[in-house]
Design a protein around this ligand. Structure first.
Ligand SMILES: Nc1ncnc2c1ncn2[C@@H]1O[C@H](COP(=O)(O)OP(=O)(O)OP(=O)(O)O)[C@@H](O)[C@H]1O
Ligand SMILES: [Mg+2]
Length: 563
């Protein structure tokens, strides 16, 4: 019996699974015979978990017992409430994966214990680890976490191995936007650069439409729908249906009888939207794809006219305005060579087959990827701890790089290596992956000792850090599995205003937010990201009523934005 490895595209809105067997890729149908299931999880009336279509259907009737768009919360400590209990995004994602495991086993007629799971290229290591953790909770051995656009390109590339070409994958799904530039040549498929936005997708287009519908409803009836969970759940479904209709129709009507009450009179909503109106509503959101496209092109050093092909993935690329905007940016139309809904699961299944040896080495494709975030160590610059880059973002992996560092003073006997991931100059604004100490440096009172720090990062997300004292050869090595659950998490700090010390910081926060907005408008993405991180830290300490630390962060923020 074959020990199958399946490929899974765990999406914000839908989840798909595929398998490579008998020389080709097959999508695995669910219990309902569908190739995609909604990424929804709920608890039914008898307290049992329900997943997929059933859960999506329950969302309208019992939104308080149903979770959708779980992937958006992965990597945060935000809890998702279902009925009486709270769950983490990883726990609920595990329910979806467990369900996939069951229907795959039913379809294939044997146990399925191994999987390759895809994630947006722009997921950071915490989001990757949690996705892998969800896979393990579901009972899978997670063989590889593969980047979604890489998977999409693989599903195309496997049939076009020998042609030299530059490909851009434009993946606009339900919750994330990813753009990746790849080069293909003589069987080697190399990812040159990846960029994206983890919070941009179909859900945001729905939100534009929902806002418009709410505003017109309020104008016409005087009734606000804000906070009416049932009305909002129905609106959400209707808005998505309307959006999808507008991909093929010039106009679509939203009809929601008895949506809310005015006094004792039930009020309905009926509104016809034209495609043009819809395009105006989402234009601003779609423009947000430009920044990441520019980053991916400039990091890969490929000019738009040198791209041979633009591959589309993700359901939202069916919106006609998306193709129009791509045409405007690149001067050419996107290709229809891959299936926007299935190519990622297919590519994950191909990757699985390469791992299992099902696709043998002769016609196998050599796949390289890039690391989406910069890796380095903390080093002192004057009195400030700053990030010293060892592997810059968008470096092809597997890779090994090293740098030389000096001890800080004569006679220093030990040195601490702090391993960081992130794009900020100031060390503490980056994510700390770990730290370790190298001891027994030789007593040297005449000069500072040199320490060589080497980073090796591979396709399985394993980072190996080796620090070697140059004069003695003594070394310390630490391995970080970037797919294992790690410590740092982002908390929802939006409630900082409820803190008793909030008033002291309100002015600074307001200025910080304004400065961040301005920086974004000016295209100063990194500066904006620095401000954002400081605002997060500040709000976090305010929320936890920690005045001393809040003061420190406030000071940092004021320094950064110069007030
Ligand atoms: N015909 C269509 N026109 C417009 N939008 C569509 C159409 N079909 C699907 N969508 C939208 O595509 C999104 C789902 O796409 P997809 O299934 O690729 O996302 P996902 O893989 O779940 O999300 P992600 O990749 O962001 O995690 C939803 O927002 C859905 O409303
Ligand atoms: Mg997707």
């Amino acid at each position: 019996m074959n020990d199958f490895i399946i490929g899974i595209d765990l999406g914000t809105t839908t989840t798909e699974a595929a398998i490579f067997r008998n020389g080709k890729v097959e999508m695995i149908p669910s219990f309902d015979g569908e190739k995609a299931i909604p990424s929804a999880v709920g608890i039914d009336e008898s307290g049992n978990f329900i997943v997929g279509q059933k859960a999506k259907a329950q969302f309208i009737l019992s939104p308080e017992r149903t979770a959708i768009e779980i992937k958006r919360k992965i990597g945060t400590s935000e809890q998702i409430r279902l009925g009486k209990k709270n769950y983490s995004a990883a726990e609920l994602s595990a329910k979806i994966l467990e369900y996939v495991k069951r229907y795959a086993e039913e379809y294939l007629g044997q146990p399925v214990n191994r999987a390759v799971i895809s994630v947006p290229a722009y997921f950071d290591d915490i989001q990757r680890r949690e996705t892998a953790e969800a896979g393990r909770m579901a009972g899978f051995v997670v063989e590889r976490i593969i980047n979604e656009p890489t998977a999409a390109a693989l599903s195309y590339g496997i049939g076009h191995l020998q042609e030299k070409s530059h490909i851009l994958v434009y993946d606009l799904g339900g919750g994330t936007f990813d753009v990746t530039v790849l080069e293909m040549f003589e069987g080697v498929m190399e990812v040159l650069a990846s960029s994206g936005d983890n919070r941009l997708g179909g859900k945001d287009f729905d939100a534009c439409l929902i806002q418009y519908l709410k505003d017109t409803f309020k104008e016409k009836t005087g009734v606000s729908l804000d906070g009416n969970v049932f009305a909002e759940a129905r609106l959400k479904e209707a808005a998505e249906a309307c959006k999808i209709a507008l991909s093929t129709e010039e106009r679509a009507t939203v009809q929601l009888p008895m949506l809310a009450d005015k006094g004792n009179t039930p009020m309905g909503l009926e509104e016809t939207i034209t495609r043009e109106q819809f395009e105006q509503l989402i234009w601003g959101e779609l423009e947000r794809t430009r920044g990441p496209i520019e980053v991916a092109l400039s990091d890969s050093k490929i000019a738009p006219q040198d791209l041979d092909m633009i591959l589309l993935a993700g359901g939202s690329t069916r919106i006609p305005l998306v193709s129009k905007s791509i045409h405007k940016i690149f001067g050419k139309d996107p290709s229809e060579a891959i299936h926007p809904d299935y190519s990622i699961a297919e590519g994950a299944a191909l990757q699985a087959a390469i791992i299992s040896g099902e696709i043998d080495n002769d016609d196998s494709i050599i796949l390289t990827d890039v690391n989406p975030y910069t890796l380095g160590v903390s080093a002192m610059e004057g009195h400030e701890a700053v990030m010293s880059v060892i592997i810059p973002r968008n470096t092809t992996i597997p890779v090994t790089r090293h740098n030389l560092y000096m001890t800080e003073y004569f006679g220093q006997r030990r040195a601490e290596i702090v391993v960081l991931q992130g794009e900020h100059r100031i060390s503490k604004l980056n994510h700390e992956i770990g730290r370790f100490t190298i001891r027994d440096l030789p007593v040297n009172m005449t000069e500072r000792e040199k320490i060589d720090v080497a980073f090796s990062y591979n396709l399985d997300g394993i980072l190996q850090v080796a620090a070697t004292v140059v004069s003695t050869g003594k070394a310390a090595t630490v391995t970080y599995d970037m797919t294992q659950t790690g410590p740092k998490e982002y908390e929802d700090v939006s409630g900082w205003k409820t803190s008793s010390i909030a008033a002291d910081y309100r002015a600074t926060i307001r200025r910080g937010e304004r400065a961040m907005k301005k920086a974004k408008e000016l295209g100063r993405e990194e500066f904006a990201a620095d401000i954002k991180e400081l605002l997060y830290e500040l709000k976090y300490e305010i929320l936890h009523e920690n005045q001393v630390k809040a003061d420190e962060w406030e000071e940092e923020l004021r320094e950064l934005i110069d007030i």
